[in-house]
Design a protein around this ligand. Structure first.
Ligand code: PLP
Length: 464
């Protein structure tokens, strides 16, 4: 068979940025190219990454405060992770092992039970956050039975983009074109009374409540004090399972191993992903209480109900095992708490200095959100007729401007959110130093010192 015109690995290294963009436009993700152009991300060709930094083709170092949306708690290309991968490959260790016991999958599951409280002893290993959420909802349904297979989720929530995960996600923007599962009910985040009243109004058909301890994609909204505890109590009272989604907040990011630990509760199921893979491999899990797992999936017939081909691959599990060790060995949980607190204080100082620009600074540990004022009212009326839906589109334009300026002028990468577009998210690797946090706040200070008008001038149209 004649080989088609395939790009080789050697050729990839030599691709020019416009060629890559062309492949995006024609074969991969055309919509993203437009966004990249607006933000100026289309000008940067990343060739490497290490620790806190992306490195571009001109050897510029870009401080990563995006952190792969929480996937890089141990930083880029941690030497211990690279070593594990090298050793694993060198020794020809087993990757796909469904016929025999897999030592690495077994050890990872055991370790996950060690780092979680109570009887969260059983892990199902899979590949992504959405898959973990799908699995969590399914095991809840199997455990509860068909009479009790409805779910409660919260407004402003995000749990992934596969169908069941999307059904318990509130974000209208990503949901609107798809048919979601029936029997998923939305309650305001933080509203304990509404939750309890909703339970009272139903005929015991709610199987589980799914909740983020901090809403990440919703713009870094921390659950009000006592909320998770109340959800726990209500779930117990009405025999519903409590699923806590730690996909974004887990593995030390918030200053605890898991963010739910701030409230001393034990969920029935937690979902984890992102940083479990050490920034190198896709690995995820839903971790279930012994009671739930044994009843739902404990039998030999049941194993066929939840397995997935690549769940528990040898190399990914080895990386995950090492990642957990690194988090403890380097004191990353304490570090996230310490530097996060410092970072938030400094950002709050900026808010006090620029109240017309910054509306709110919030977060826990190194899961930080900066919300900007809605600037639609400030923009010159002359621009309004130019763009349909001007005001709506402008909401968030300022966050885009800030992210763009941070990258182009200061070589700092920060994240936007798809739902609350007026927020930038700061989710750096947990290895960030105080000096690097200072550099970010000082750079923001410089950007804001130009004032709104200075920043917006000439640029705003691009963001609409
Ligand atoms: C809280 C939460 N749950 C689930 C997901 C979905 O994870 P993934 O993108 O790995 O499917 C995300 C992703 O950002 C998330 O933040």
């Amino acid at each position: 068979m004649k080989k088609p015109n395939l790009i080789s690995l050697k050729e990839i290294e030599k691709l020019k940025i416009r060629e890559i963009e062309n492949y995006y436009s024609n074969h991969y993700n055309p919509g993203l190219t437009k966004i990249f152009r607006i933000l100026g991300f289309d000008k940067v060709r990343i060739v490497k990454a290490e620790g806190m930094y992306y490195i571009d083709e001109h050897r510029n170092r870009i401080l990563d405060c995006w952190g792969g949306y929480g996937s890089l708690n141990v930083g880029h290309n941690h030497p211990r992770i690279l070593e594990v991968i090298k050793e694993f490959q060198k020794d020809k260790r087993v990757e796909i092992n469904m016929a025999f016991y897999s030592d690495y999958a077994a050890a990872l599951a055991k370790n996950l039970s060690e780092i979680t409280p109570g009887d969260l002893n059983y892990s199902v290993l899979c590949n992504s956050g959405a898959e973990a959420v799908e699995g969590a909802l399914k095991i809840a349904e199997k455990y509860q039975g068909k009479e009790r297979n409805k779910f409660i989720y919260f407004d402003n929530s995000f749990h992934g983009k596969t169908r069941a995960a999307l059904s318990v996600t509130s974000h209208k923007f990503i949901k609107k074109d798809f048919k979601c599962l029936d029997g998923c009910f939305e309650i305001p985040y933080g509203d304990v009374n509404r939750l309890e009243n909703f339970f009272k109004s139903r005929k015991a058909d709610i199987g589980a409540v799914i909740v983020e301890p901090i809403q990440g994609n919703g713009g870094i909204v921390v659950a009000p004090d006592g909320f998770l505890k109340s959800v726990r109590e209500i779930c117990t009272k009405y025999n519903a399972l409590m699923i806590v989604d730690e996909v974004a907040s887990g593995f030390g990011r918030t200053g605890r191993m898991f963010a739910f630990e701030y409230e001393n509760i034990i969920p029935d199921i937690i979902t984890v992903a992102k940083s479990l893979g050490g920034g190198k491999v896709p690995v995820a899990a839903y971790i279930c209480s012994e009671k739930v797992f044994r009843k739902a999936y404990g039998g030999s017939d049941d194993t066929a109900l939840f397995s997935t081909t690549f769940g528990g691959m040898g190399g990914t599990c080895a990386v995950a095992v090492e990642t957990l060790h690194i988090i403890y060995d380097e004191g990353l949980i304490e570090r996230a708490a310490d530097i996060g607190e410092y970072f938030i204080v400094r950002l709050k100082d900026l808010k006090d200095k620029y109240p017309d620009i910054i509306k709110d600074v919030r977060g826990r540990g190194l899961m930080i959100g900066v919300e900007f004022q809605d600037i639609s009212g400030i923009i010159t009326p002359g621009l309004r007729p130019l763009v349909k839906g001007f005001d709506k589109k402008l909401k968030g334009a300022f966050a885009g401007l800030v992210v763009s300026e941070l990258l182009s002028k200061y070589k700092i990468l920060a994240a936007l959110t798809s739902e609350n577009r007026n927020v930038i998210r700061i989710l750096p690797p947990l290895i960030i130093t105080r000096e690097q946090a200072d550099y970010v706040t000082d750079s923001l200070n410089r950007i804001f010192s130009k004032g709104l008008a200075g920043l917006i001038k000439n640029k705003i149209i691009g963001f609409l």
